[in-house]
Design a protein around this ligand. Structure first.
Ligand SMILES: Nc1nc2c(c(=O)[nH]1)N[C@H]1C(S)=C(S)[C@@H](COP(=O)(O)OP(=O)(O)OC[C@H]3O[C@@H](n4cnc5c(=O)[nH]c(N)nc54)[C@H](O)[C@@H]3O)O[C@H]1N2
Ligand SMILES: Nc1nc2c(c(=O)[nH]1)N[C@H]1C(S)=C(S)[C@@H](COP(=O)(O)OP(=O)(O)OC[C@H]3O[C@@H](n4cnc5c(=O)[nH]c(N)nc54)[C@H](O)[C@@H]3O)O[C@H]1N2
Ligand code: SF4
Ligand SMILES: [Mo]
Length: 738
């Protein structure tokens, strides 16, 4: 079936250049008299949307002027995610629409002499190709041999398609590469996770502890705004980070921890709370089991014990533990979000969950509030066929606490395993750049090579699209309807995304692709609506609303909100086996794991090497915005943070370019050095998402370095399969090009 077997990477974005870009209009500026006048006269049109520049999904309004030209995107005042304001990235969302490097046409991989290339195809041809390929795999191997990788809203329609086809092998990098270990660590302790948006009552807290959670650079909107509020009120903030982050700069205490030793600090904090009897005793007595076992376990974990491990002074550990206790239960130890660090991540999250439990903040004002979630009935469809096997079968007992499939595990199932043929034969990849988001990118490329069919659905010529057989260009979120945003939070709320502009070029919305593909595959019964408006009307009608209403208001609160906080003396029930918070976990013990987290020392850098750490930057979301003309202007490339002592040793100066070489001799792109006291001497830091290698991502190409390329070693969490990214070490390389 494949027209081309060995799958070479093809840089595709140069195919077909056309249509000029709309520049950043000064009309977007309210100071501009013309813009102001237009607005006052009401000649602008505003359309409701929710942002797709990251996964926080803030609701807002897209404005255009009388010529239908884009003006601005701003927050919807009634939305609990945006609270009326978009972050830097969301505000730059118009750049996703205007980006002239966008995908423009469906593409099919072909052989051209001994070179591979893409040819522009019609939608009809592209769908035929995919339907034929999927049919062949189903006949020869079975539909469960096809996986869907999906991240982002439109992916839900593809999930329905895959299930209708007969496979439930669906995965996302937001589990094993992001917050999966947090979900399982909290579930094992409290019986449930903390969701997204996280149920953190930051605005009412008196003490916020951030452990590698870098609010301010991590721009998750609601949290950053609430963080700003408590900074303004002078609340106590404690930041634990090997780097003096933006959040550290706003903190009462900054603990520059030695990387990879967080569990030791948390155990020492727990020790202090218990030893000094300053934990929330009544709450624990009523709601938790395992206190005695916990007390026994942490007896020896004194701050003096933790000092040589973490590099943090015993008095600082005691002072900060007392600070947390002083404000409890209005204290939150933020469990952060991207938690795939060192391979013992579920246990680190367990330690944080236990610490939070001792602070009595579950269901407390200023702690973890109880979420409300809107319920909107699904559009009915026939029952899905039962797959012969599911991802749980594929795991064969590995990662017993995984409640979702790890994406990297799926990747490995497309690799040859000890003479066995790879399990997966086809991948459909929606809105996730697997080359940059999975560790060990060379393995990902090898897996892509082995597959019979690779389909990528994207808006941009992201690296992953260069490995596809068929590329389906989606229009941006500003040009399409999507499913409703049904979110959990303080209120039960829904939001609508409607198109502000017609799709540019020959791009289409995901829902349309799925609907058309379903016809080719004989699966149209699963999509019994004729268009998205009909689909949305049906769902909205079930909750007493309509498209007309939602187009006017964008966001709607549904009735039925439950209290956010526990009442005085209320008896709480937890969905754990004991019905209580499990400080000691019998479940873990029985599965052969530590029932109370223990600290194990991780490998430290060899002489001349530094631990590679990475994180977010306010102007960008991963790699997806680097080419966005508005956001690229704010930050075109990343920098390498290097401590002055290290810089001196290597003769490095701010502004000079350098390459990095990791422990496996992989060399990065060049990156500009920033010498700064704001980082420890044993690590270097860069923002993730840069170093694009496709020459026709006009603005992003060759700018900065890609941390992923250096992450050739992973530490996998044995409980749920998280891929620890932070056990990679780099040294400086003065080779060619620097
Ligand atoms: N090295 C390293 N790896 C990491 C991380 C890290 O910090 N460092 N972070 C991890 C984390 S926390 C996460 S959540 C993952 C995220 O990893 P990804 O899921 O890869 O997230 P993005 O980089 O946002 O990539 C999304 C892709 O979606 C495309 N896209 C954007 N909008 C649309 C749209 O409307 N429709 C379609 N079809 N496509 C669209 C973009 O062009 C891009 O190719 O990465 C993980 N991997
Ligand atoms: N602007 C922006 N905001 C985003 C995103 C984005 O792409 N751009 N992505 C969103 C997503 S999907 C996620 S998952 C979140 C992730 O955001 P967070 O969960 O807040 O942050 P991380 O990326 O886990 O952590 C980065 C921080 O950890 C520190 N660190 C490194 N090693 C250690 C260590 O051993 N111990 C401690 N204590 N700290 C350490 C780094 O110095 C850095 O400050 O951000 C979200 N917000
Ligand atoms: S946090 Fe920013 S980028 Fe993310 S959805 Fe909200 S406005 Fe968009
Ligand atoms: Mo994430």
């Amino acid at each position: 079936m494949p027209q081309v077997t060995r799958r070479e990477f093809i840089a595709i974005s140069g195919l077909g250049i056309g249509a000029g870009a709309w520049g950043a209009s000064s009309l977007a500026n309210d100071e501009n008299p013309l813009g102001k006048a237009l607005r006052e006269e009401g000649v602008v049109v505003k359309t409701p949307t929710y942002c797709e520049i990251c996964f926080w999904k803030c609701a807002g309004w897209t404005y255009k002027d009388e010529q239908g030209k884009p003006w601005k995107v701003i927050g919807n005042d009634d939305d609990q995610h945006s609270m009326g304001r978009f972050c830097t990235r969301g505000t730059g969302g118009l750049g996703a629409y205007t980006d002239d490097s966008r995908l423009r046409h469906p593409l099919i991989r072909v052989k051209n002499g001994d070179k591979q290339t893409f040819r522009e195809a019609s939608w009809e041809e592209a769908f035929d190709y995919i339907a034929k390929g999927l049919k062949k795999i189903a006949e020869e191997h079975g539909p469960e041999h096809v996986a869907l990788f999906s991240h982002g809203t439109g992916g839900d329609f593809f999930k329905t398609l895959l299930k209708a086809y007969g496979s439930s092998n669906i995965t996302a990098p937001s589990y094993a590469q992001c917050r999966g270990a947090r979900a399982e660590g909290f579930k094992l302790t409290f019986g449930e996770g903390i969701g997204s948006p996280e149920r953190l009552d930051i605005k009412n807290t008196d003490c916020l502890v951030l452990m590698g959670s870098h609010l301010g650079e991590n721009l998750h909107n609601t949290q950053v705004q609430e963080f700003g509020e408590i900074i303004g009120k002078g609340k106590s903030i404690i930041t634990v980070d090997p780097r003096f982050s933006t959040a550290a700069g706003k903190s009462k205490y900054w603990l520059p921890i030695k990387p990879a030793t967080d569990i030791a600090l948390v155990l020492a904090w727990i020790h202090v709370l218990l030893k000094e009897d300053i934990y929330q005793k009544k709450f624990i007595a009523e709601n938790a089991i395992g206190l005695k076992e916990l007390q026994d376990e942490v007896k020896g974990y004194t701050p003096e014990w933790a000092y040589p491990i973490t590099g943090l002074k015993p008095e600082d550990i005691r002072t900060t533990a007392r600070e947390m206790a002083r404000y409890a239960p209005k204290t939150i130890v933020h469990p952060s979000r991207h938690v795939a660090w060192y391979g013992d991540d579920t246990q680190r999250m367990r330690a944080l969950a236990i610490l939070n439990a001792l602070l009595g903040n579950w269901g407390a004002k200023g702690g973890f509030y109880f979420q409300n979630k809107a319920k909107v009935p699904a559009y009915p469809h026939p029952e899905f066929p039962k797959p012969k096997s599911t991802w749980v079968d594929l795991l064969e007992g590995k990662y017993p606490f995984a409640n979702s499939s790890p994406a990297s595990f799926f990747r490995d199932l497309a690799l040859k395993q000890e003479e066995k043929d790879p399990f997966f034969k086809g991948w459909i990849i929606y809105g996730t750049n697997l080359i940059q988001c999975l560790p060990e990118p060379e393995k990902t490329k090898e897996a892509l090579n082995n597959l019979d069919l690779v389909v990528a659905i994207d808006t941009m010529p992201a690296a992953i699209t260069g490995y596809a057989d068929v590329v389906l260009p989606e229009c941006t979120y500003l040009e399409r309807y999507d499913d409703l945003r049904v979110s959990a939070g303080r209120k039960s709320q829904i939001a609508l995304r409607a198109p502000a502009f017609k799709p540019k070029y020959n791009t289409k919305p995901g829902w349309w692709m799925v609907k058309e593909l379903s016809k080719k595959m004989g699966l149209e019964a699963y999509f019994p609506w004729s268009n998205i408006e009909e689909y949305l009307e049906f769902r909205l009608g079930k909750v007493g609303s309509s498209l007309a209403e939602m187009n006017k208001i964008g966001v709607k609160n549904l009735p039925g909100d439950n209290p956010l906080y526990r009442a005085e003396g209320e008896k709480l029930h937890f969905q754990t086996p004991s019905g209580k918070i499990e400080l000691y976990s019998k479940t873990l013990k029985e599965a052969g794991f530590d029932p109370i987290p223990k600290f194990t020392m991780h490998e430290q850098p060899q002489k001349g090497f530094y631990r590679l750490i990475y994180g977010r930057t306010p102007a960008h979301t991963f790699g997806r915005t680097i080419n966005n003309p508005l956001l690229n202007e704010i930050m075109p490339e990343n920098m390498l943070w290097v401590h002055p002592a290290v810089a001196k040793e290597w003769g490095l100066k701010t502004g000079q370019y350098i390459k990095l070489r990791n422990q496996d001799d992989v060399v990065s792109n060049k990156i500009v050095v920033r010498v700064t006291e704001r980082i420890r001497v044993d690590c270097v830091y860069m923002a993730h998402g840069f170093g694009h290698t496709d020459p026709r991502l006009k603005r992003a190409y060759g700018k900065g370095a890609d941390d992923s390329s250096l992450i050739t070693r992973v530490k996998i969490d044995p409980l749920m399969g998280a891929t620890g990214f932070r056990g990679n070490f780099v040294t400086f390389d003065f080779g060619e090009g620097v």
